[in-house]
Design a protein around this ligand. Structure first.
Ligand SMILES: *Cc1c(COP(=O)(O)O)cnc(C)c1O
Length: 404
């Protein structure tokens, strides 16, 4: 039985701890970390065949590595994808996707609520190379439909979004895209395959920042695209070979091992996030709580239907204030009063990370782009970790109860 046949019969939980390249002759139980930039070839003819793509085998570190392949196989298995190709970071996965699929004159439709750097990359950097883009409402399907043009090649959404946790209907986007002869890609960083498998709703490409929940302990940068074997081989691998946004084997190994606990972490952290969101709702200084697991969330039902009934581990809260300046000062006060939680712009860690999106992750956007994304000055994002819930609450109360 080949590895692929063996894995095809297993459940995602099993794949999360088992899927990897074959053991070496030493029979290691934990997957080996292959730190090598080159490979010794058995013959000149075999080397030629491998470089030509006629024979399987590793040729050079920029093109592939067994530890990196293990990570890719594992993520593909968990997403229910045919194939996966990894990159040095989440952003370089988006760059690879765009370079592989688009050329000058092509058009992309994105949600205006996407990750700040994604908006910058597609809206500004790629525009320099003639790629057109439209940024539409995350939640209004008619807006997506209206934005599609004859030259639209890609619809790209993130669900839930960072930091407002707005949810979009993946199946509806897939229908619009496919009718227009375009592909639909989903940034699945927030939900992860433990909660949401976009391909089951018709997505063609699932993009990941392995830096977040897949690693889960805030150690390394990583990224990936899951897609059909054809897209990976024909569109993305050539960009990797010439562009060189290769995932380092050590980073691949760290994330590979992190993924073994993804499911239990996502369940535990989602439960903590829901309890924290409910508690924050009742605090007198809190204006709004954005969390898909709350019934007050505008797309609560859709979120639960797409996300295995769980809201995920990230929530955002806006602090009451009289003006944007006041809101910013009050949000800063809550952050600066913390003694236990981390003031950090990362997310997806076992440690609770708290950030002020308007001045950090979304700081490079223009005020108009920031308003469109709903990132107000009083907004605080919390990536809920595994500390005791009472300690998380108490650390937030230090600032919330002493606001002026
Ligand atoms: C962090 C993040 C990215 C970018 O990933 P990096 O690994 O930091 O490059 C993309 N999308 C979302 C939703 C993210 O949170």
């Amino acid at each position: 039985m080949t590895d692929q046949q063996k894995f095809a019969e297993l459940h995602p939980d099993t794949l999360a701890v088992r899927s990897a390249v074959e053991r070496s002759q030493y029979g290691e139980n934990s997957e080996a970390l292959y730190l090598t930039s080159g490979y010794v070839q058995t013959s000149a003819a075999s080397a030629a065949a491998r470089f030509a793509g006629d024979e399987d085998g590793f040729t050079y570190g920029r093109y592939g590595n067994p530890t990196v392949t293990s990570f890719e196989q594992r993520l593909a298995g968990m997403e229910g994808a045919e194939a996966c190709i990894s990159t040095a970071s989440g952003m370089s996965a988006i760059l690879m996707m765009c370079m592989g699929l688009l050329q000058s004159g092509d058009h992309v439709v994105c949600s205006q609520s996407m990750f700040g750097s994604t908006i910058k990359l597609i809206g500004s950097d790629l525009a320099k190379f003639g790629v057109q883009s439209s940024f539409v409402s995350q939640t209004d399907i008619d807006d997506w439909k209206a934005a599609v043009r004859p030259n639209t090649k890609l619809l790209f959404a993130e669900t839930p979004t960072n930091p407002l946790t707005e949810v979009c209907d993946i199946a509806a986007l897939a229908e619009i895209a496919h009718k227009a002869g375009a592909l639909v890609a989903v940034d699945n960083c927030f939900a992860t395959p433990a909660l949401q498998k976009p391909m089951a709703f018709g997505a063609d490409i699932v993009m990941h920042s392995g830096t977040k929940f897949l690693d889960g302990q805030g150690r390394v940068m990583a990224g990936a695209l899951c897609a059909s074997q054809k897209l990976v081989t024909e569109k993305f691998l050539p960009v990797l070979k010439s562009g060189g946004m290769t995932l380092a084997p050590f980073n691949a190994w760290v994330v590979l091992k992190g993924m073994e606990t993804l499911d239990i972490r996502m369940r535990a952290q989602s439960a903590q996030a829901l309890a924290l969101a409910q508690w924050l709702l009742s605090h007198p200084q809190v204006d709004r709580v954005h969390y898909p697991g709350l019934e007050s969330h505008p797309q609560h039902r859709l979120a639960l239907a797409q996300q295995s009934n769980l809201g995920g581990a990230v929530l955002s809260v806006s602090i009451k204030a009289d003006s944007p300046e006041h809101a910013r000062a009050r949000a800063f006060h809550v952050l600066d009063s913390m003694q236990v939680l981390s003031l950090s712009t990362n997310l997806g860690d076992t440690k609770t990370l708290v950030a002020h999106p308007a001045s950090t992750s979304h700081g490079r956007l223009t005020e108009t782009q920031r308003q469109a994304a709903g990132v107000v000055q009083g907004l605080i994002r919390i990536s809920v970790g595994l500390e005791h819930l009472d300690d998380i609450k108490n650390d937030l109360l230090r600032g919330l109860d002493s606001l002026i």
